[in-house]
Write a protein that binds this ligand. Structure first.
Ligand code: TRP
Ligand code: ZN
Length: 865
């Protein structure tokens, strides 16, 4: 791995401003793989043609490759024509048109970075995005070089399933006893969409008939033991295919669509053309082995990868600065899919909560960057919440400004105009501009400026003149650099209701704030108006608005926008936590107590259980740390607990009844309705456990539950609130029944976050568990990711920081992508009190003195001063 270390003193920076088109076209690429765990031989035969004159050097990329041969028109290129520096190989004096032949040898078994070709439980698989193809063969590893690929896979009989992109063409036995399968993908693609799989896999088949009547062969390949957990992903796939036809007019293009589940995977899943490769945790589910949340995640990710077939594959990115072109748009598409087939309000609340807690945090920290970055050291570090989630918010704003019909026209134009091309974010927005006649010049700042802008709102009402005034003012993000920000176009959706009756006084209206400030006036409003603003979070901004308890209570009771109803009660919780931070023995406002009682006391009146469950969930740590700076995470933890206890007491007489009323009988179904009821039932159970011992009830649920969601809830609640022996008993039982990796990870993560038992020693014990492996990212995330992100008590200590830093260093030698993600919690020192800051910074300084990967070096060096 030594060649992947960064030269710490001189990191090389790639800049958008330096972009130049590739001077050659590659008309076809024919690949042959002779699979072998330690010596796989790859032969590439490409037809290359110069398209820009004045250059006669062909620039290829390669990494960790053994070069066996490199020929032009059948003649080995002499070494004096080759210049190899880092990951580029320059072939000088090439003719105008030629056949390039490259033979390389690679070692999949030694590949723990999980980029390029590697082995996962004996199965060969690839991950080429963003720059993994260069670990397979010498090739221009950049998304604007699109070509038509064929793949020949040669293997012995131990791997009966041999897959690649496109359509299967032939399958034959070779004289030497090996087998050779041949795949051909007719659609030109960049090499990051190349994929290959080889192993002893089981398959489930299905079929989808497209809108034009074509029959598509659908297949999910998994390890044989997992075949009983593929049905839900297959059903989700068919729903996604139908949705993309009806909502975007997008039809699938090949005759076959395959999903493969692998155990070792750095991210969630990958949209390789016709051959999506998934982290097994994002495919496998059944009632006994997946929670409701896992079912919903699987549905969303299957859809996300499928939607990439158009937003990403048919139209791809010119360069990696355009990553959000495919990711932002595709996240927007998958969130709308989930909203359409489940509950729109709940999906939006969850997305807004995630954006605010995670993306806003990133956007105010040392790795903040625009949705379209202008430079990077390591592109793998830019698969971020900003590119994905904020990128999706920007697309959502475009739709809000255009309205759904024009947005669809813009999307149609974009796909028609750029089919088969590698384009930029500008071209996406240009299509939207062309169909609407709207000028997006100012709007483009959402793509180019980092940070979360703030929106200050001041409301005044005069009962004499019956005039309501809403003053809006946009303010710069609170960013460390303090550079000046140009004003955004902010779509501000609002509505006015009556504080007492909840009646709508001014119906939902969209105001576009494009200047620094604006004032909105409404006449004829006699009494008690309450403004519901940024409805559905109409823009990714931080709201600054002084709202009284009574106004917030009115919104929490009456607002017909689910996000704002949820947001209002969250704001009440923030005020309560602020009170507890001043005095742990203080008590919550009576109005909040009454609100909670009213929300839960009559189960028959609960219109949307899932929404109510979201309303009863407390603000996440990140949100509190942002609001109460400089933050003492341990004190905030205590304040949050005090609020949780107060809410539990406020509803003490109702929790059991609510739990009973919401329980779902009958066979398990992961429908939105059943998931919503279970989620409220479990929330009620959690609060109930805070006010009375329910050990027997928890044991009973554990013994009789028909599904993992309830059984897991009983275990989790027991772990935090039951008597020690019951807590331990349910933990052991849960582990004993954890016969899949996914259930094991639930156990590992619960053990790693459990405040009572998850000490530093316990975390170390978990990483020595017989089923733990440092080389498996899912295990690492379950233990160390959960520890660092969810176990405030143990992590936010000098020993906790040290444990994370040591783990990151250990991982960096095996898998730099995982190391550079895991280190993030240490980089957020800026929001904490000095003692915590110093301890975090000293770990970062200790790390930077070591020989780090390019990935980890970029993150740590940006985070330490
Ligand atoms: N394109 C993938 C997605 O969002 C992301 C991805 C999968 C990825 N695996 C990766 C990105 C490995 C970087 C490295 O759907
Ligand atoms: Zn994606």
């Amino acid at each position: 791995m030594t060649d992947s270390r960064a030269m710490n003193s001189a990191p090389s920076i790639t800049r958008l401003a330096d972009y130049e088109a590739f001077p050659f076209a590659i008309d076809s690429v024919d690949l042959t793989f002779e699979l072998d765990p330690t010596h796989t031989r790859v032969t590439q035969v490409s037809r290359v043609r110069r398209v820009v004159h004045g250059t006669n050097a062909l620039e290829l990329n390669g990494k960790d490759l053994k070069r066996v041969a490199l020929k032009i028109d059948g003649v080995e290129v002499q070494s004096d024509r080759l210049v190899e520096i880092d990951e580029t190989l320059l072939v000088r004096q090439v003719p105008d048109e030629f056949v390039l032949e490259v033979v390389t040898e690679i070692n999949p078994e030694a590949n723990t970075a999980l980029e390029g070709l590697y082995l996962s439980n004996g199965m060969f698989c690839t991950q080429c995005e963003a720059e993994g193809f260069r670990r397979i063969t010498y090739y221009p590893d950049r998304p604007d070089v699109m070509s038509v690929f064929t793949t020949r896979i040669i293997s012995d009989a131990s791997r009966p399933v041999l897959l690649s992109n496109g359509n299967p063409v032939s399958d034959q036995h070779l004289p030497d006893g090996r087998r050779e399968v041949f795949w051909s993908d007719p659609f030109p693609k960049p090499c990051y969409l190349f994929a290959l799989v080889g192993g002893d896999l089981a398959v489930k088949h299905d079929e989808f008939v497209t809108m034009s009547g074509r029959r598509i062969d659908l297949r999910i390949y998994v390890e044989p033991k997992d075949l009983d957990r593929v049905d839900y992903a297959l059903e989700s796939l068919k729903r996604a295919m139908a949705w993309d036809e009806s909502v975007y007019g997008r039809e699938y293009d090949l005759d076959i669509f395959m999903i493969v589940a692998v155990s070792h995977f750095n991210m969630g899943a990958m949209e390789n053309k016709g051959l999506n490769i998934f982290n097994s945790s994002c495919v496998l589910a059944n009632a006994e082995a997946a929670t409701d949340q896992a079912f919903q995640r699987i549905e969303a990710i299957v859809a996300h990868e499928y939607f990439h077939n158009w937003s990403g594959n048919r139209v791809t990115c010119r360069d990696w600065f355009q990553l959000s072109l495919k990711e932002g748009f595709t996240v927007f598409r998958d969130s709308e899919f989930s909203a359409d087939i489940n509950s729109r309000a709940v999906k939006r609340i969850q997305d807004v909560n995630f954006l605010r807690s995670a993306q806003f945090t990133e956007d105010s920290g040392p790795t903040a960057h625009p949705v379209q970055p202008s430079e990077y050291q390591e592109i793998s570090n830019f698969y971020t919440l900003t590119i994905y989630e904020k990128g999706a918010e920007v697309v959502r704003m475009i739709r809000t400004l255009l309205g759904p019909e024009l947005f669809r026209k813009g999307s149609d134009l974009y796909f028609a105009r750029h089919d088969g091309q590698a384009v930029t974010i500008n071209e996406f927005v240009a299509a939207m501009a062309d169909v609407s006649g709207r000028d997006f010049t100012q709007f483009m700042r959402w793509y180019r400026q980092p940070g979360t802008p703030r929106l200050r709102v001041d409301v005044s009402h005069d009962s004499q003149t019956k005039q309501l005034q809403i003053q809006l003012m946009q303010k710069q993000p609170v960013v460390a650099s303090g550079e000046s920000h140009a004003h955004y176009v902010i779509p501000v959706s609002y509505q006015v209701i009556d504080q007492v009756t909840g009646a709508v006084v001014v119906p939902e209206t969209l105001f576009e704030l494009s200047d620094e400030s604006a004032s909105i006036t409404h006449d004829g409003i006699a009494t008690n108006p309450v403004v519901s603003i940024l409805r559905g979070l109409s823009a990714p901004v931080k709201l600054e608005m002084d709202r009284s308890v009574d106004e917030l209570v009115a919104l929490a009771r009456f607002d017909d926008d689910g996000v704002n109803r949820w947001d209002a009660i969250q704001e009440l919780y923030m005020q309560a936590i602020s009170g507890f931070l001043k005095d742990l023995d203080s008590s919550i406002d009576d109005a909040l107590r009454r609100l909670i009682c009213d929300l839960i006391s009559d189960p028959a009146k609960v219109a949307d259980p899932a929404c109510l469950a979201e309303m009863l969930a407390l603000p996440q740590d990140n949100i509190l740390w942002d609001a109460f700076q400089p933050a003492d995470p341990q004190k905030i933890l205590e304040a949050r607990k005090a609020l949780r206890q107060s809410i539990a007491r406020a509803g003490a007489s109702s929790w059991f009844e609510l739990y009973e009323a919401m329980r779902v009988d009958g066979p398990y179904e992961p429908t939105a309705d059943a998931i919503g009821r279970r989620s409220l039932a479990i929330t009620a159970l959690g609060y109930l456990a805070k006010v009375e011992p329910i050990d027997d009830l928890l044991k009973d649920i554990d013994a009789s539950a028909s599904n993992l969601t309830e059984r897991y809830a009983a275990y989790r609640i027991a772990r935090s609130d039951a008597a020690d022996e019951v807590s331990l008993e349910l933990s052991e039982k849960f582990l004993n029944r954890a016969d899949t990796d996914e259930v094991l990870d639930l156990w590992l993560s619960t053990e790693a976050m459990n405040e009572k038992t998850a000490t530093i020693d316990r975390i170390k014990e978990l990483t020595s568990h017989s089923r733990f492996a440092w080389t498996n990212p899912n295990r690492v995330r379950a233990v160390l990711g959960t520890f660092a992100n969810r176990n405030v008590r143990a992590f936010h200590t000098p020993e906790g920081y040290r444990l994370l830093a040591d783990s990151v260093l250990k991982l960096d030698a095996m898998n730099p992508q995982i190391a550079s993600r895991l280190v993030m919690p240490l980089c957020q020192w800026g929001r904490f009190e000095k003692g915590f800051q110093d301890a975090m910074k000293s770990e970062l300084r200790r790390m930077i003195a070591k020989d780090l990967s390019k990935d980890l070096y970029e993150i740590v060096s940006k985070s330490v001063d």
